[in-house]
Design a protein around this ligand. Structure first.
Ligand code: TMP
Ligand code: ASP
Length: 234
């Protein structure tokens, strides 16, 4: 697949056109940011590891009937994906309290939640991706009611699937973020699923194997991503 011109550069990925107008190339960078890019750095080989981890997860979700943008892996840092119109909403699932939920509600990290929390954030870096609810999504026409329903349904199903997927690898899925897009009139899963976008704690030890190691300078950052990759590859 011939790589065309650069269409977009985000914080962790670059998007390139291809000769097929329906397909784009997603290139994974080593750059890492946190707290709305207040903290910046690089994680050596992160792009390679996240590309491989995301590939495995998209293949697994597709095998379980979830429509995704993933087409195929191209090389160490690139995957071919469907070109979608991104819904400007970050969808977050929380199985246990961590991160911004602890700050929002004054909870201790790791607090159990009586039921799954599903959040929407408006994808707007200039506003710091604010927490919103479904009425904002509809009022600002970020998505239609039918699209929100599809997004909720897929997100909850993905949580069930990935919670089990990671548990089988000895990892607890604490929370994660998804992005969806429109492709030929349908909602499909887009973006990436990796230790950048999930919190994963080792079952038994509680060791953090995700981007929190970078966010909070916990050390052994590359090793954590490598550990997730080797488990996902098993
Ligand atoms: P939070 O606790 O910081 O709101 O993060 C919740 C989950 O979403 C966590 O697994 C990390 C992921 N996430 C992203 O993928 N991108 C982001 O910009 C943010 C803020 C969180
Ligand atoms: N990726 C986000 C940022 O740069 C936040 C995060 O993942 O913590 O700001």
């Amino acid at each position: 697949m011939q790589k065309g011109k650069q269409l977009y550069e985000g914080k962790a990925k670059i998007i390139y056109a291809t000769e097929d107008p329906d397909l784009i190339i997603q290139y994974f960078k080593d750059d890492a940011t946190a707290f709305n890019a207040a903290k910046k750095g690089t994680i050596s080989e992160k792009g390679v590891m996240n590309n491989k981890i995301s590939t495995k997860i998209f293949e697994f979700l597709a095998s379980q009937g979830i429509p995704t943008h993933f087409e195929k892996n191209l090389n160490d840092r690139e995957m071919l994906v469907k070109k979608v119109e991104i819904v400007p909403v970050e969808v977050i699932i929380r199985n246990k309290a961590a991160g911004s939920l602890c700050r929002l509600l004054g909870l201790k990290e790791g607090t159990a939640l009586a039921s799954t929390v599903l959040e929407f954030c408006y994808k707007r870096d200039d506003l710091g991706d604010p927490l919103i609810n479904e009425s904002h999504v509809l009022a600002l026409k970020m998505a239609t009611e039918a699209e929100v329903e599809a997004i909720r349904k897929y997100t909850l199903k993905i949580n069930e699937l990935l919670t089990r997927f990671f548990a089988n690898l000895g990892l607890e899925l604490i929370d994660f973020k998804l992005e969806f897009g429109r492709y030929k009139g349908k909602i499909i899963l887009a973006d990436e699923i990796s230790p950048d976008t999930c919190r994963l704690w080792e079952i038994g030890t509680g060791k953090k194997l995700d981007k929190d190691r970078f966010r909070h300078d916990l050390g052994q950052i590359e090793e954590a991503y490598q550990e997730v990759l080797s488990r996902v590859n098993k």
